[in-house]
Design a protein around this ligand. Structure first.
Ligand code: ADP
Length: 363
């Protein structure tokens, strides 16, 4: 049972001019049993945040609490928290059983039998019983990853911290382990903070995701909220693959104006940006519709459809990623059904549906 709170947590490395503000005033309240994914580009402060929770890094400012108790001054061993690293950090000279027992010997006063019982139970849960007498050198990457998880689970900590634990695995194993980790989390129900730079991992695994950029928290939300209602343009561009299209526009009379088009805004959106000189139109590739130019019906599209040329088509199987050039204007990326034949060089009509657009103003 553990609620984990980060309250205005700040980390500055070094002092004076050369110092680095790695984590800037981060607030997150992680519920008991929640799986929170901390996600953002390389260097945004994810690992530093996690390491402050683990006690591996001092906290410059703010407070971290576990079940209401301040942890700032506790060393890593005093915190009832287990960390799983990207590098696995297994002891090469110890067997799997010894590796798993080692953490228990350090952090609990269980008897030998009790420790063995816990190791056996955890090994069964992770399906690594037959590996208990091997040394890490005789294991595959995926098996090592399981042992590293086992070493954390066996301690029955109040919280797990995971720093890119799947990034050393190949794509297939990574997606398999992703599912296994989710199942494990459902079974164990232990509060988990999981760090990744991979938005797909964040979207598929997190109960909620916390998106960081340059040390600052951008949004904490469920994956679907972050996808459909991004707090700002950074989140909008980071979440979703292929990325959201952005088109810089001027604002004139509740209309977005660009060298290629004039895009009238619905009243409430138009009112929201009417004071701004410029704004960015955001549209997800899957929300664009691409039709043969001959089907164009200018009267019906409300000024939201434009002529374009297909520059490149990337067939991905279930979908085609279509790169479009608007006449005299921006390039857009659209995804369309993989069964559709669409050729590069084709003249098309692209519709930017009014109900799917995002408008970012002043960020
Ligand atoms: P991420 O995990 O998101 O890739 P990090 O938390 O590792 O990012 O780093 C955040 C910022 O802090 C980066 O600018 C990084 O260079 C800096 N940083 C991390 N560790 C140290 C350190 N020990 N000393 C100085 N700067 C550091």
């Amino acid at each position: 049972m553990a609620r984990l709170e980060l309250d205005s947590v700040t980390k500055r490395f070094g002092e004076g001019d050369g110092s680095v503000l790695a984590v800037d005033d981060v607030d997150v309240d992680i519920a008991d049993g929640e799986f929170l994914v901390l996600v953002g580009p390389s260097g945004c402060g994810k690992s530093t945040t996690l390491r402050m929770v683990a006690g591996l890094e001092t906290i410059t400012d703010g407070e971290i609490r576990l079940d209401g108790d301040r942890m700032n001054e506790q060393g890593p061993a005093e915190r009832d928290i287990a960390m799983v690293f990207q590098s696995y950090a297994l002891y090469p000279h110890m067997t799997v059983r010894q590796n798993m027992r080692f953490g228990l010997e350090e952090s609990t006063d269980l008897s030998d039998d009790e420790m063995d019982g816990r190791v056996d139970e955890t090994a069964e849960l992770l399906d690594i019983t037959e590996l208990l007498d091997r040394k890490p050198g005789a294991l595959s990457g995926g098996q090592r990853q399981r042992v590293a998880l086992g070493r954390a689970i066996v301690r029955e900590p109040k919280a797990f911290l995971m720093d890119e634990p799947l990034s050393n695995l190949d794509a297939k194993l990574r997606s398999q382990m992703r599912t296994e980790l989710q199942q494990l989390q459902d079974d164990l129900d232990t509060t988990t903070v999981y760090v990744t730079h991979d938005q797909t991992e964040a979207m598929t695994m997190g109960d909620r995701i916390a998106i960081l950029d340059a040390g600052e928290l951008q949004q904490v939300a469920t994956p679907l909220e972050a996808y459909h209602r991004p707090a700002n343009q950074f989140v909008a561009g980071f979440i979703g693959e292929p990325s959201m299209n952005f088109v810089d526009c001027a604002v004139e009379d509740a209309t977005l104006v660009n060298e290629a088009f004039r895009y009238p805004l619905a009243d409430e959106v138009g009112a929201a940006v009417s004071e701004a000189d410029d704004a960015t139109l955001g549209i997800r590739p899957e929300d664009l519709s691409v039709d043969p130019a001959a089907d164009a019906d200018d009267a019906a599209d409300g000024g939201h459809a434009f002529d374009a040329t297909v520059a490149v088509v990337e067939p991905m199987g279930d979908e085609n990623v279509v790169h479009l050039s608007l006449a005299d204007g921006p390039d857009l990326v659209a995804t369309v059904n993989g069964l559709r034949r669409i050729e590069s060089g084709a003249e098309v009509r692209v519709t930017i549906p009014e109900n799917a657009i995002h408008v970012f103003d002043g960020n």
